[in-house]
Ligand binder design. Structure first.
Ligand code: 13P
Length: 279
């Protein structure tokens, strides 16, 4: 069933674990993630970036595909369909109207006051329709959707301010980046813990790819309840497909070519679920 993220994240906060957000890119991605999470009997957040929505045809197509898979595959676990890094009120509205159950408004490129104004507008629209909202403060840099930007860490004061907009969860920039790290990740666990001690809403860690397991565990201890994974699944899929294509140059059936990355993705989803849920 499609649900918003409220219950799953509050349970994660109460019981000190993190729910994964796996970003989806196409039908095969969505099907593989849903099947593995259903088999493990775990809730899941499907993250869809603006670029991925455009790639798949539009927000209505994404909602139709996810709802169809939930029905046809008898997916019984809670599934949240979440807009990742919505860049404007209009984009959040569009996805909510299409049937997304959660949105991230990322107005982190603006000064805090403007970030808060846009975020509040989204919260008002979303909450009136039972939809949850995630916001970002500071700025999480790196590379996503072919956009590269530099990081700017959040402060406790910024977090306390933006929480006043009524958001359901918060992604403070604390050293993680989207895409691959240049060198070792350097997460500010001290500020993370401070934010968690002073805020009652669940915290989100973006840029989950490339963060070592011990730092993921530490982040969960410091109050992280949702972790986003995109690049790592793409790499797992790519490596497997590359090997398949090298060995099967004459295979042209797209189901076989794209599908040759499925096992690697199933393994990765299982590995992340075990780590994030502490299984
Ligand atoms: P990675 O691409 O580093 O896994 O980050 C994903 C993410 O944070 C999506 O918002």
């Amino acid at each position: 069933m499609l649900v918003n993220s409220r219950e799953m994240l509050l349970d994660a906060k109460k019981n000190k674990y993190a729910v994964p957000q796996f970003n989806i890119n196409n039908l095969e991605w969505t099907k593989t993630i849903l099947e593995k999470c259903n088999e493990m009997n775990l809730p899941v957040i499907l993250g869809v970036s603006e670029g991925a929505i455009k790639y798949m045809g539009g927000a209505n197509t994404v909602v139709g595909m996810v709802n169809g898979l939930i029905k046809d595959l008898n997916i019984g676990v809670p599934v949240c369909l979440h807009l990742d890094h919505g860049g404007s009120f209009e984009m959040c509205k569009k996805t909510i109207d299409a049937g997304f159950t959660s949105v991230m408004i990322d107005a982190s490129k603006y000064p805090l006051e403007e970030n808060m104004r846009i975020t509040k507008e989204v919260v008002d629209y979303a909450h009136a329709r039972g939809i949850t909202v995630e916001a970002e403060v500071g700025h999480i840099g790196g590379s996503e959707d072919n956009i590269t930007s530099s990081s700017n860490n959040a402060t406790l004061e910024d977090c306390l301010e933006i929480a006043k907009t009524g958001i359901d969860s918060l992604a403070p920039a604390l050293g993680s980046v989207h895409g691959l790290y240049k060198g070792e990740p350097n997460l500010d666990f001290e500020t993370m813990k401070k934010i968690n001690d002073n805020l009652s809403i669940p915290l989100v860690l973006h840029g989950g790819t490339g963060i070592p397991d011990y730092d993921i565990k530490k982040a969960i201890e410091c109050g992280i309840n949702k972790i986003n994974i995109n690049t790592e699944l793409q790499i797992a899929w790519h490596d497997a497909v590359l090997e398949f294509v090298k060995e099967n140059e004459s295979v042209y059936d797209p189901r076989k070519v794209i599908g040759s990355g499925r096992e690697a993705m199933l393994t990765k989803v299982q590995e992340k679920n075990r780590l994030f849920f502490g299984l």
